[in-house]
Structures are given as structure tokens and as C-alpha cells.
Design a protein around this ligand. Structure first.
Ligand code: PGA
Length: 248
């Protein structure tokens, strides 16, 4: 299969599903029965990545054994094992066949207080384990209104090592996540163009750029046409296989 890090040379798009704390192991198996059945040759031209809650990792791994889709950990602790009550292990996810991790989601930053120092350590563990990273960045409504969007995004990106590889960046304006308010095509175009320039200037390897925040079937086609939008990170609209597939 084509490596998605060569994405700029192809029309392949990335569709990443962030299930957050939704769906049980049983529902996960049912989801993939439908998903695997409905995945057509055309869908297979794109890349599909799932981030189920840790309780469903095994069900997800088993369901995707013969599927072109991949999966990863929504969250994990910065150490692979040890005395960290209640945490999840990236090493275990990898052993179960995960190829991705999600790092820096705004809910982790805001609700769980994950800061740049912790996120750097998570990035470093993912690198050591050979897990590909979807790194999320985004500004609050107040920061946007104060014209600080790019400044905030750059302060989030500055923890990335110049030579980092296997990285995807997801731009998710916090005010558009789970709110039903999607950023306008102009807003997405402006930020993605600036991010693309910044990443080219500061990182050695090409980085696909995803948009996230209230992506749904009604707005996906328009958003996918925007230059430097290489796909989506999707919450709510990824919870039903038909809806998720219809975003492509
Ligand atoms: P949403 O979530 O699609 O439900 O807005 C996106 C995300 O949090 O990744």
C-alpha cells in the first residue's frame, strides 16, 4: 500500500476517527462488521484510522486484522509501564497491532492539563516505539478573537523535533470541536496555508495536515477541496460507519 507520507503526490486523503469515550467492545465489533463490509475499492484509495477508547483496543485490533484500515491509541502514559494507576500503555497498544497514537488533543490539554513538557515526552515514547503520531493543535475562541491563532499554533508546534518522522498534524480549532460550529472554508484555508508553510520551513519531512472540528457529511466535500487539507480528524461523525465512510 502507498505510504501516506507521500500524500502530497497523490489524491489519497486521511480519515481519522476519534471515538473519545464512546462505544463498547461489543459495539466496536458491530461497527467494524459494517465498516469492513461497506469499504469499497474507492474507499480503499484513502486511509482510514481509528482511535477507540483503550477498553476497545483488542476488539478493534481483531476486527481490523484483515482490513486496510489502521488504528491507534487515543491516549497513553509517557512511560511504557510502571506504577501509573489508571493509565494506558503505548507499548501494549503496539503489541496489539496499533500503528498510531493521538497526541495533544485539546480535551487532553484542557481537561487533563497536558502541557508541552508532557506532550514532548509522549512524542518521544511514540518515536521510540515506532508509532506514527497524529499531533493535534488548535486555538480557543478567545485566542482567535484576539488575533493570536498562528502564535498559539506555533507555540504548540515548537515542541516538534526538526527531524521528526511519521507525523501528521491535525488543526482543530477548539471552538469548533463538538459544537456543531465548523470553521469556514476561508478560515481553514488561511490556517492550513500558514501551517503548511511553517512546517515546510521548520521540519525536514513532509507532514500531512488534517482539519478537525464538527466535520460532517454536509460540509466534508467542501472542506476536502481546500488546499493543504489532506483529510480529517472526526469525532461525532465517526461513531456510525455509514456516516464516517460518507465523508470521503
Ligand atoms: P468533532 O470532534 O468532530 O465531534 O467536532 C473532533 C475531535 O475532537 O477530534
Amino acid at each position: 500500500m502507498m505510504d501516506h507520507f507521500c500524500l502530497q503526490f497523490s489524491s489519497m486523503k486521511i480519515f481519522a476517527a476519534n471515538w473519545k469515550l464512546n462505544l463498547s467492545p461489543k459495539e466496536t465489533r458491530q461497527y467494524f462488521e459494517t465498516f469492513n463490509q461497506k469499504l469499497t475499492a474507492q474507499h480503499k484509495n484513502n486511509q482510514w484510522i481509528f482511535f477507540p477508547p483503550a477498553s476497545n483496543w483488542e476488539a478493534c485490533a481483531q476486527s481490523l486484522e484483515n482490513s486496510p484500515a489502521s488504528w491507534g491509541a487515543q491516549n497513553f502514559w509517557k512511560d511504557a509501564s510502571g506504577a501509573f494507576t489508571g493509565e494506558s500503555s503505548a507499548q501494549v497498544a503496539k503489541d496489539l497491532s496499533a500503528t498510531y497514537v493521538l497526541i495533544g488533543h485539546s480535551e487532553r490539554r484542557q481537561i487533563f492539563g497536558e502541557d508541552n513538557a508532557l506532550l514532548s515526552e509522549k512524542i518521544s515514547l511514540a518515536g521510540k516505539l515506532g508509532l506514527k503520531i497524529i499531533f493535534c493543535i488548535g486555538e480557543t475562541l478567545q485566542e482567535r478573537q484576539e488575533n493570536k491563532t498562528l502564535e498559539v499554533l506555533k507555540s504548540q508546534l515548537k515542541i516538534l523535533d526538526k527531524n521528526i518522522s511519521n507525523l501528521i498534524v491535525a488543526y482543530e480549532p477548539i471552538w469548533a470541536i463538538g459544537t456543531g460550529v465548523v470553521a469556514s472554508p476561508e478560515q481553514v484555508a488561511e490556517v492550513h496555508a500558514a501551517l503548511s508553510e511553517y512546517l515546510k520551513a521548520n521540519l525536514t519531512n513532509a507532514v500531512p495536515l488534517l482539519y478537525g472540528g464538527s466535520v460532517k457529511p454536509e460540509n466534508s466535500a467542501q472542506l476536502l477541496k481546500i488546499p493543504h487539507v489532506d483529510g480529517f480528524l472526526v469525532g461525532g461523525a465517526s461513531l456510525k460507519p455509514d456516516t464516517f465512510l460518507s465523508l470521503s
